[in-house]
Write a protein that binds this ligand. Structure first.
Ligand SMILES: NC(=O)c1ccc[n+]([C@@H]2O[C@H](COP(=O)([O-])OP(=O)(O)OC[C@H]3O[C@@H](n4cnc5c(N)ncnc54)[C@H](OP(=O)(O)O)[C@@H]3O)[C@@H](O)[C@H]2O)c1
Length: 280
């Protein structure tokens, strides 16, 4: 049973490969990567797999039974890239495709949702047995800005009292590994999210508690928050995107109380407090 993982040199992909090796022989794992030179430390077979090079993808999937398609990172290019990967999986006779989609992609107001909905449809139309791993936000999306927030002494946002049920990449990687190494997941749509939901005020309060500094959360109107991000050096489009994620959070699109991820991995997802202390 060969398991192929795309994007295996990325943050999530590396964790998936590491955790797969704990569950199955390294001989059963194939890292499908855009940049083979970055993958030499993975300790599994490496094959070149660039979503933008459709002519090489079918051969790269020869003998792969289960494929984890990790969504590409180039927003706007992903429908073509994912189409290329799904067509190759069809041609190569892949028996199961698992795709990292977005939490409740079909109803989410997040601007990212469209590409995920389109990819889910392409997978369903392909006729390949599938599992959808719809991911909520990574906790790392928040903790990545810890140093800046602490330096600034204030956390700004525009998500009001909206809660995000975030989980760490490690939690999501374990979810994918559970799906890839056990049976009975065909046709399932998993809404993967963290057990704990938090607001930006909760995030600021936890940073304050752990640093001993008073770091308040200041909620701004969307326009003002966007302008503040641009002033801080973000390109306009990125600032609008980021502020938009806060608005979707306020609408509840990143909240989930289903606990499907923790049920599957057999442990609670990583707490916000632990994720912050790991970075600090
Ligand atoms: N739910 C969330 O909060 C959240 C947050 C961020 C991202 N995401 C999504 O989840 C995915 C995995 O996250 P991550 O943190 O692991 O992102 P990441 O570290 O940026 O990894 C993305 C991976 O995709 C690969 N890739 C990009 N373009 C490719 C192409 N044309 N052909 C083949 N591979 C390509 C990259 O290859 P190289 O190593 O060669 O660059 C990299 O390995 C992202 O791509 C994005 O779709 C979700």
């Amino acid at each position: 049973m060969k398991i192929g993982v795309t994007g295996a040199t990325g943050h999530l992909g590396r964790l998936v490969i590491k955790k797969l090796k704990e569950k199955t022989s390294a001989n059963n794992i194939v890292a499908l990567v855009r940049s083979p030179q970055k993958a030499t430390d993975l300790g599994v077979e490496i094959r070149a797999f660039d979503y933008d090079k459709p002519e090489a993808l079918t051969a790269a999937l020869a003998g792969i039974d289960k494929l984890l398609l990790i969504s590409g990172s180039e927003v706007g290019k992903r429908i073509v890239q994912h189409t290329n990967s799904i067509e190759a999986a069809q041609n190569a006779g892949v028996k199961l495709i698992a795709y990292t989609s977005l939490l409740r992609a079909d109803t989410s107001s997040l601007s990212l949702a469209g590409e995920h909905v389109a990819t889910e449809a392409l997978i369903k139309e392909s006729g390949i047995p599938f599992v959808l791993l719809r991911h909520g936000w990574y906790t790392e999306n928040y903790t990545a800005s810890l140093a800046n927030v602490i330096a600034l002494g204030t956390l700004y946002g525009c998500s009001g009292n909206g809660k995000a049920s975030a989980a760490t990449r490690e939690d999501y990687a374990e979810g994918a590994v559970a799906v890839l190494t056990t049976e009975g997941h065909e046709g399932k749509v998993y809404e993967f999210a963290g057990d704990e939901a938090f607001t930006m005020s909760d995030f600021a309060a936890e940073i304050s508690r752990q640093t001993g500094k008073n770091i308040p959360y200041v909620n701004l109107p969307e326009k003002e928050f966007t302008q503040a991000l641009v002033k801080a050096g973000l390109p306009e489009a990125a600032a609008q995107f980021y502020a938009g994620t806060h608005i979707s959070t306020e609408k509840g699109d990143l909240f989930d109380a289903g606990h499907q991820l923790s049920k599957l991995i057999g442990r609670p997802t990583t707490s916000l407090s632990k994720a912050i202390s790991a970075v600090l």
